[in-house]
Design a protein around this ligand. Structure first.
Ligand code: DGT
Ligand code: CA
Ligand code: CA
Ligand code: ZN
Length: 581
């Protein structure tokens, strides 16, 4: 997929135009297009060819023609021209918190700064604080940001590379001589970010298989290739490692390279106690090969049942298996086809790119029984939040579609993603909220408030009888924004007490709550909903990343409210109101 490359190009074009002081409207066009393309879960090439890309709000003629040019030629002429107008490396500085295009311009004009090292030096020499709009405090923060960013290792949000890796796997399976092939590593464990992808293969003629692998489409660079192992870099920048073993070792290899390291260390300890040895070729007693073809056999030899990859983090899964308690949990563990409806979706009423009916039809195609449309509320102007009048219009439209019968038994619920304001009040009055089926309350402003203030805001929102769920409870955005300061334990207690659900936001940049927090929340008796926060139909598929986090937290179906079929879901979302009102 060329999505990520294109998103990066448009983002950079926006930055350059901004740096050059061009029309803000043009800057926004590129920035918006970048965000939309970044968030597409379908291949942009396919969307372009089918004409669907053109239908998405925010993708205009000028963007379309550039997409077309890139797909045809691998280049965008206009982008190359723009790049030539700014010093190389300077735009990377925009990733430092506290530096925007205007500030960057000031640094360039006054101090001739063009890269990381020059800016670090200028901060250390205390030159930056003298510029208008900077000051000592800001200089200190910029320096901190510079040092932190320089050291940080970029990890890919899993959703950004998911389709690419699966496509690659399919093509590996087609290589002559390949018997079995699977992706292992953090990808298979559904971690929120992945460092690299690991593909394990069984077959004969390892050297031939690896040679063929390195010739596949989408590979930018070959790092190494040998008889049993190879490493490449894809066009999107992701490293992929491949290993080939004989059929009899495939399961052992998959188990070994799925990790996690911690899980495997504990497993090896158990093996040792029982007189076995495990490596990537099999499980052995002395020199005698016992098993290796299938993962199950490795676990079975150690007296354990097979453990799903998402659980393999040495967070108690092995002890549960040893005690014979894991089996019952696995019967109920939430699975990828258990979700019956999406509870967090935006439409073109606010900042979504598609109509309500388009979102609903796509949701129905996924096999869902319902969808909740949750557009932004009136104060969130930047996301075209709905004034109350517009909200009423939206209700009319939803009622009309539901009554028309065109979607059969599928139901569209009236929802909102209502802003939690600075004092914890909600952005619509109660007599509006009470007519909304599903109210998600979220924080979209004041991220820098103290822990006490933010915690209080969310708690006050949960005390409102009409608030069904809290959206993306920590506000973090992977590689972009840290979680705000919030006392999650207080939130979990209150959620349980008020019967307010917490969201596992499945949008791949958010995954919020994440696996670790979900696990703790469950101990407090919290119930969850998984929502994709989709802004177009292609994003509905992101649900799998939310489910992945839920599985990593060992949630069972009953913990997640939108695993319930329509009638039961409807009952569940009325529970809180029944209890409090
Ligand atoms: P990542 O790529 O950073 O997102 O995380 P992983 O878990 O995919 O790690 P990676 O790619 O370095 O290695 C894949 C798995 O292989 C890892 O989870 C455990 C296993 N593994 C790799 N190298 C070693 C090793 O030297 N010793 C042990 N015990 N296990 C290893
Ligand atoms: Ca890996
Ligand atoms: Ca690796
Ligand atoms: Zn939100």
């Amino acid at each position: 997929m060329k999505n990520y490359e294109l998103a990066k190009i448009f983002d950079e074009m926006g930055d350059i135009l901004d740096f050059l002081g061009e029309n803000p409207f043009r800057v926004r066009t590129y920035k918006r297009a970048s965000q939309i393309i970044y968030g597409l879960s379908d291949d942009i090439e396919i969307l372009f060819k089918s004409g669907k890309l053109a239908e998405i709000k925010g993708i205009g003629e000028s963007i379309l023609s550039k997409v077309e040019e890139f797909l045809k030629t691998g280049k965008i002429h206009n982008y190359e021209e723009l790049k030539a107008k700014v010093p190389q490396g300077i735009l990377e500085l925009l990733n430092i918190p506290g530096i925007g295009p205007k500030g960057l311009k000031a640094l360039y004009d006054n101090l001739h700064i063009t890269n990381f090292d020059e800016l670090i030096k200028a901060c250390e020499d205390k030159l930056v604080q003298k510029l208008p709009g900077f000051g000592p405090k800001k200089e200190e923060n910029i320096l901190k940001g510079l040092l932190r960013t320089k050291e940080a290792v970029f990890r890919f949000p899993i959703g950004l590379v998911y389709e690419d890796v699966l496509n690659l796997l399919e093509r590996v399976r087609e290589i002559k001589g390949v018997k079995r092939a699977e992706v292992a590593g953090s990808f298979r464990r559904m971690k929120e970010t992945i460092g690299d992808a690991d593909i394990e293969v069984s077959g004969e003629d390892g050297a031939g298989i690896i040679k063929n692998f390195t010739q596949l489409d989408g590979i930018k660079e070959i790092i190494s290739e040998g008889d049993t192992k190879g490493s490449v870099i894809l066009h999107n920048g992701l490293q992929v490692d491949i290993r080939v073993v004989e059929s009899g070792s495939f399961g052992a290899c998959l188990q070994y390279f799925t990790g996690s390291k911690e899980h495997n260390v504990k497993l090896r300890g158990i093996a040792k106690e029982k007189g076995f040895k495990i490596n990537e070729y099999g499980i052995f007693k002395g020199d005698k090969f016992i098993a290796g073809e299938n993962e199950e056999d490795i676990y079975k030899t150690l007296g354990l049942i097979w453990i799903p990859p998402e659980l393999r983090e040495d967070k108690g899964e092995i002890e549960l298996a040893q005690a014979g308690e894991l089996e019952d949990i696995l019967k109920e563990l939430i699975d990828y086809d258990d979700i019956k409806g999406d509870v967090h979706c935006h439409s073109s009423y606010s900042d979504g790119g598609e109509t309500i009916i388009a979102m609903a039809i796509s949701a129905k195609r996924l096999g869902y029984e319902y969808i909740v449309i949750t557009d932004h509320s009136q104060s969130l102007k930047i996301a075209k939040g709905l004034e109350i009048e517009r909200l009423y219009k939206q209700w009319e439209e939803i009622d009309k579609i539901n009554k028309s019968g065109e979607l059969g038994n599928f139901k569209i619920f009236k929802g909102t993603e209502v802003d939690i304001k600075s004092d914890g009040a909600l952005d619509y009055p109660d007599d509006v909220l009470k007519n909304i089926d599903f109210v998600i309350a979220s924080i979209h402003s004041g991220f820098r408030e103290s822990e006490q203030v933010i915690t209080k805001r969310i708690i006050r929102a949960m005390e409102n009888p009409y608030v069904t769920a809290i959206g993306h409870p920590t506000g973090r955005i992977l590689n972009t924004r840290d979680p705000y300061n919030v006392n999650l334990i207080e939130i979990f207690k209150k959620a349980k007490e008020t019967n307010t659900f917490l969201e596992i936001n499945a949008y791949f940049d958010r995954l919020d709550l994440n696996d670790v927090n979900v696990r703790i929340a469950k101990e407090y008796g919290v119930k969850f909903v998984i929502g994709t926060d989709s802004h177009n139909t292609s994003q509905l598929k992101n649900i799998r990343f939310g489910i992945g986090q839920a599985r990593r937290a060992m949630l069972i179906k009953g913990d997640v409210v939108n695993t319930h079929p329509l009638a039961e879901f409807e009952r569940e979302i009325k529970n809180k109101r029944g209890a409090i009102c």
